[in-house]
Design a protein around this ligand. Structure first.
Ligand code: SF4
Ligand code: SF4
Length: 156
């Protein structure tokens, strides 16, 4: 009979201890957010997918040197360029020169390991990790990003 009452007492005692902890935590600042209605700011070190960085005029900083494409161990970067001719005056004479124009910067995020080799290899600071973490889809194609287009959309 004594053991019976002792168990009831212990049960009630542990319940009170639990309620005491709940009561104490009730007045502490909230550290969680009601996702997806609210989101938190990601830390500077967070690595989302790669994105193009723009210059002051809103144009991509990328000069299409292809260093990042060569550095990527997973082959997920695909850069497309075209060559354009232009006239320039040299010593009073008009000369025709060529320049490379960036027309496509595609990322296959399905194979990207977020290793950062591309970001490190870029001498122009033209690419960086985004803070995107809300990616979900049943369709692989949704993770093939046209980064040039995304940059234009960001600025429109
Ligand atoms: S390394 Fe930088 S500048 Fe060169 S193609 Fe890649 S993003 Fe563009
Ligand atoms: S983070 Fe790594 S795997 Fe992803 S695109 Fe850059 S180099 Fe390739």
């Amino acid at each position: 009979m004594g053991a019976y009452f002792s168990e009831i007492f212990l049960g009630l005692w542990s319940l009170l201890i639990g309620l005491g902890i709940t009561f104490k935590e009730f007045f502490k600042p909230v550290v969680t957010v009601p996702y997806p209605f609210k989101t938190i700011k990601m830390s500077d070190r967070y690595r989302g997918h790669i994105e193009l960085v723009e210059d002051e005029s809103g144009e991509p900083k990328c000069i299409a040197c292809m260093m990042c494409q060569r550095a990527c161990p997973s082959g997920c970067i695909s850069i497309t360029t075209k060559t354009e001719k232009y006239e320039v005056e040299v010593d009073g004479e008009m000369k025709t020169k060529k320049r490379k124009i960036l027309i496509g910067w595609d990322l296959n995020f399905t194979t990207c390991s977020l290793c950062g080799q591309c970001v490190e290899s870029c001498n122009k600071d033209a690419i960086n990790f985004s803070k995107e973490y809300n990616l979900a889809s049943f369709n692989k194609e949704d993770f093939h990003f046209d980064l040039l287009n995304r940059l234009k959309e960001r600025n429109s």
